[in-house]
Design a protein. Sequence first.
Length: 159
Amino acid sequence: MNEFDQTINDLLLDIFDKILVTEEKALRRGNFSDISVAEMHALESIGPYDRRTMSETAATLGVTTGTLTVAIDRLVRKGYVERHRDPSDRRVVRVGLTRKGKLAFRMHNKFHKLLVDRLVGPLDPAGREILLKTLHQIDLIVKEQYERYVLSDGTEDAP
């Protein structure tokens, strides 16, 4: 790997690691220290307003409904999520955020908004466009690798 490529690699690894660690530390120090980053992402996939089916939520997270059930059980016990039977089809279980879950969702959203604001704020319109194009390209490459390695062997990470 040449020096330029090594610098790009090092930056990507450092950014990824620091975002994960910062997100985890922010949760641990805040009012929601009883949930993990993965559980917070499950709350995000449910969303603050709608009641979603377990299968919709699992698909959003890229996990099986069985894996999601374990995470939802924990979040229900902790008071962040509630389950509801669909009135039109009692076999369907919908999940929604409790008041506590909605508050956690909003607080975590502030973390992401601050991150984006600090990154994009100093950029002029041309810089924003370059950043957006670059991030789309990174996303495409990462998705291709995800599909190749994760989806092809049927494994997944739990929320």
